[in-house]
Design a protein around this ligand. Structure first.
Ligand SMILES: [Fe+2]
Ligand SMILES: [Fe+2]
Length: 483
């Protein structure tokens, strides 16, 4: 299939490669939405840094080899663009009952409500995470990290634009209303919360931030991957381009935790502490003890696992069959891509024990996507554990069992330890605090979070960055705070 590369038009108010200047009505609708977005950004975006010059990448094209340009920008002046991956001529719907038919360029009437809902939910997570992270700049462990959180934030803002474009271009008046609502909900607000639970949790310090970008942003990646398979071509192309940006978010999370681990084991070795569970001694070094990190892994992994929804889901089956949402790497899977006669093994509790049960594959798509996600998370944990292993300290971080602390799906009414033992309600209540970050853990971590704004310097609790941004030298001033 040949790809058509559309040039990005930067002369317009809203940079885009979707031919906005040819569609006056849409352009006007988006230009009308623009000031509301800027107000939202000024109100809910990174607090205290709106005048700072930040070394950010901006998407200037969609060619995988050279899509981004780096330079200093004040965040409110960031060029949030509407970008889609190149159109593949002759693309067909990859799955479901319409498999093999030409991909839709317009929303099919019968799937309109479903598509609008999926796009709205995806769109809602984007500003939500910016809201959750808005205070982190005040305690950044370095200018490098400060720049990275801002990069993630502006790109989540761009992802909001991407979804708003789809709503406004393809869903008429309802789409415009949904686009307005996206600017009205607020993460954690009692009256107008964001749609999904994890996006109403606080991200109040950098340990949470790195865990969030590792586990929750990674759920986002899997949702985007399955929407990138959509038979609705504008959605598929939009998500494919978002995934190029998402890779950096995954890196920020994984590398951030890795550097925390590195610093902890280095400090322990320097002080001659070999027992990772001697938390008092480790704390006296001003670093983050490994068992404490484990509790954060438990929390963020379980909250993120819920985002995949119920293991067995008719909605997921319908979205697949409709050709609206596919599986992870749909094209590489060797089956009929319709699944009417297939089964998939799903973990369930049968007679008080965990068992893999063959369920109808169509109903099991959420479980399947979560399994794909879990195996990627296991890879992350393996890489983190290598750092510990190399240090000679005996400790391993583990992903909690997939039934641990779930609030959605068929494990929602059972109590399960991180190791996967079924517990009575009383045992759970007695143990819960040891599984999850306690108030004291949060207080300890929060007390460590003192900003370091000297170029090339890093807070004591995290190792210096090893991977420069855009090949800049170690003492590069990634953020000019005073502007
Ligand atoms: Fe995003
Ligand atoms: Fe992201």
């Amino acid at each position: 299939m040949s790809a058509v590369l559309d040039a990005v038009d930067y002369d317009t108010k809203i940079p885009n490669n979707v031919g906005l200047s040819k569609d006056r009505k849409l352009q006007r609708a988006l230009e009308k939405w623009h000031p509301g977005f800027i107000d939202w950004w000024l109100d809910m975006g990174p607090e205290g840094f709106m005048d700072s010059e930040v070394y950010l990448r901006t998407a200037v094209g969609v060619d995988p080899k050279g899509w981004a340009q780096f330079g200093f920008v004040k965040m409110p002046e960031y060029r949030w663009g509407i970008l889609m991956a190149p159109k593949e001529e002759g693309r067909v719907i990859p799955h479901g009952d319409h498999k093999g038919e030409p991909a839709w360029q317009e929303v099919p009437g019968e799937h309109r409500a479903l598509l609008r809902r999926l796009i709205t939910i995806q769109g809602d997570t984007e500003p939500a995470s910016v809201e959750q992270q808005r205070l982190l700049g005040k305690t950044a462990p370095s200018l490098y990290d400060l720049r990275n959180v801002f990069q993630v934030n502006v790109e989540e803002g761009r992802h909001l634009w991407a979804m708003v474009y789809l709503l406004q271009a393809h869903f008429g008046r309802d789409g415009r209303e949904e686009a307005d609502e996206l600017l009205k909900r607020r993460s954690g607000n009692d009256d107008t919360p964001r749609i999904l639970g994890a996006f109403n949790e606080k991200t109040d310090h950098w340990v949470s931030f790195f865990m969030f970008t590792t586990f929750t942003d990674r759920d986002g990646k899997y949702q985007l991957e399955s929407l990138a398979q959509s038979g609705f071509d504008p959605l598929a192309r939009t998500c494919r381009f978002m995934l190029t940006e998402e890779a950096h978010h995954m890196f920020v999370g994984e590398d951030g935790v890795k550097r925390i681990i590195q610093r902890t084991v280095d400090a322990m070795n320097e002080a001659g502490i070999s027992d990772p569970t001697d938390v008092e001694k480790v704390r006296n070094l001003g670093v983050i003890a490994l068992p404490l990190l484990q509790r954060f892994v438990n929390f963020h992994f379980s909250v993120s696992a819920d985002l995949f929804g119920s293991e067995l889901s008719t909605n997921a089956a319908n979205a697949f069959t409709a050709g609206v949402k596919g599986r992870y790497k749909e094209a590489d899977l060797k089956d009929d891509h319709q699944l009417h006669n297939d089964t998939y093994p799903v973990l369930e509790i049968v007679d008080g024990e965990f068992k893999w049960v063959d369920e109808p594959a169509l109903q099991s798509l959420n479980a399947r996507l979560r399994d794909d996600y879990i195996s990627e998370c296991e890879g992350v944990l393996r890489r983190w554990n290598k750092v510990i292993e190399k240090s000679g300290i005996e400790f391993q971080l583990k992903l909690p069992h997939q039934a641990f602390r779930r609030q959605v799906g068929h494990f929602a009414d059972v109590h399960v330890s991180p190791e996967g033992e079924l517990l009575s309600a009383a045992d759970w209540a007695a143990q819960e605090d040891s599984y999850l970050p306690s108030d004291e853990d949060h207080e300890y971590v929060t007390a460590l979070m003192q900003p370091v704004y000297e170029p090339g310097q890093f807070a004591n609790w995290i190792a210096p960055a090893r991977v420069p941004i855009d090949k800049q030298p170690g003492d590069f001033e990634y953020v000019k705070i005073e502007g």
